[in-house]
Design a protein around this ligand. Structure first.
Ligand code: COI
Length: 376
């Protein structure tokens, strides 16, 4: 199967999972240790006992589908990714429902974006089938790691990197694809509370024709210094403006951004090629449209947002992403302005959309758009 956009039926998923050979660790985490690490884990610090893996070689294509014990990778110092950053990743979550079943959210959309990112980074495309099959194979092996607490889930991190030991600048002839899994609670320490945003002035995240729309490690590396500067200024997150006119909102370091006006209309930066096409972003666009809100994808000038915050025309701002889900923004500032958003608290629509989305993800509400896929 070579498709990169398909909907996999449950019976087909069994066949895809069966392609993965499972070698279990002979030193599994004890039940007590696992239960302890499932209590309020800090984002991305605890990992399950196994990882899924597929190898690609130019001559053979994708081979050796397997689930193996989680552990360090041995890399030759000349491994291409260490020098030229030919790497992409995804982020999804596995949610435990009340009946014990485990589901994920729109994996086909993440798989399709992974294939687009692969294309941009001159990496081989992985099929939707292998992408979803690898998630299910890993989640089934480590199903006891899926937490059941409120706002808790198993974060799934598929990634692919250039593994050929070679210093020439050309696409790697060897590639590794892996999925690791990490039990998580809320992304921001302190839970779901309004975050503060600093608008970066001296840095941009991506330019036209660059890799801004791809989910590649390099984009995140470039966001770290501005993020550190935002934190030094006392803010939680950084917001980037466009690189051409230095005028329009793009995204935060790892999250898309939404603006809710007092008239109920919902605005988000349009996809110009330098913004990540967030799966949560597109789901929110659908949910707010379903609620009858006017939804506008457009270029949003920072000056308009600042003016709207001062006048009260802008009622809410929120950030979204798989890790952050929907996170209210309570303050927006730069060197020449500093505004509370909607009085500094969490916005009403922000929290309603967050609740609606998480209700679907945790199986508490009907999945009317057919977004959920059962993994285990
Ligand atoms: C996600 O939301 O899954 C992300 O990839 C953002 C961040 C943790 C890098």
């Amino acid at each position: 199967m070579t498709t990169t956009s398909s909907t996999i039926l449950p019976a087909e998923l069994e066949d895809l999972v069966a392609l993965f050979e499972v070698s279990r660790t002979d030193a599994p985490t004890s039940d007590e240790e696992r239960e302890a690490s499932l209590q309020a884990p800090k984002f991305g610090t605890v990992f399950t006992d196994h990882m899924a893996r597929i190898t690609w070689r130019a001559a053979d294509g994708w081979v050796d589908r397997r689930v193996e014990p989680y552990g360090p990778l041995q890399l030759d110092p000349a491994t291409a990714v260490l020098h030229y950053a030919q790497e992409i990743f995804e982020g999804l979550k596995a949610y435990k429902h009340a009946d014990g079943s485990v589901w994920t959210f729109r994996p086909d959309a993440n798989a399709a974006r992974f294939a687009r990112s692969a294309h941009r980074l001159a990496l081989p495309a992985l099929t939707v089938d292998d992408f979803v099959g690898s998630l299910a194979a890993l989640v089934r092996t480590d199903v006891s790691w899926v937490p059941s607490g409120e706002d808790s889930s198993l974060y799934l991190r598929p990634f692919m990197y250039a593994s050929e030991p070679f210093l020439g600048v050309r696409p790697s002839a060897e590639v590794e694809y892996l999925v690791i899994a990490s039990p998580v609670g809320p992304y921001f320490a302190g839970g779901v509370k309004p975050v503060s945003i600093w608008v970066a002035e001296d840095y941009h995240r991506a330019g036209p024709g660059g890799t801004g729309a791809a989910k590649c490690g390099g984009n995140y590396a470039a966001s770290l210094l501005p993020q550190v500067e935002a934190q030094k200024n006392g803010f939680d997150q950084v917001c980037f403006l466009d690189a051409v006119e230095d005028k329009y909102l793009e995204e935060l370091g790892g999250m898309n951004v939404f603006v809710v006006k007092a008239d109920g209309s919902v605005h988000t930066p349009e996809l110009t090629g330098s913004i990540l096409e967030g799966v949560t972003r597109s789901s929110i666009l659908q949910l707010v449209a379903d609620r009858g809100h006017e939804v506008v994808e457009r270029r949003i000038p920072l000056a308009e947002l600042v003016k709207g915050l001062a006048s009260g025309e802008v009622a809410e701002v929120f950030a979204c992403g798989t890790a952050a889900v929907v996170t209210p923004v309570g303050r927006l500032a730069g060197s020449t302005f500093d505004h509370a958003v909607g009085g500094g608290g969490a916005g009403e629509l922000t929290m309603a959309v967050r609740a609606e989305l998480t209700d679907i993800q945790y199986g508490r509400a009907a999945d009317r758009h057919g977004w959920m896929r059962r993994l285990a």
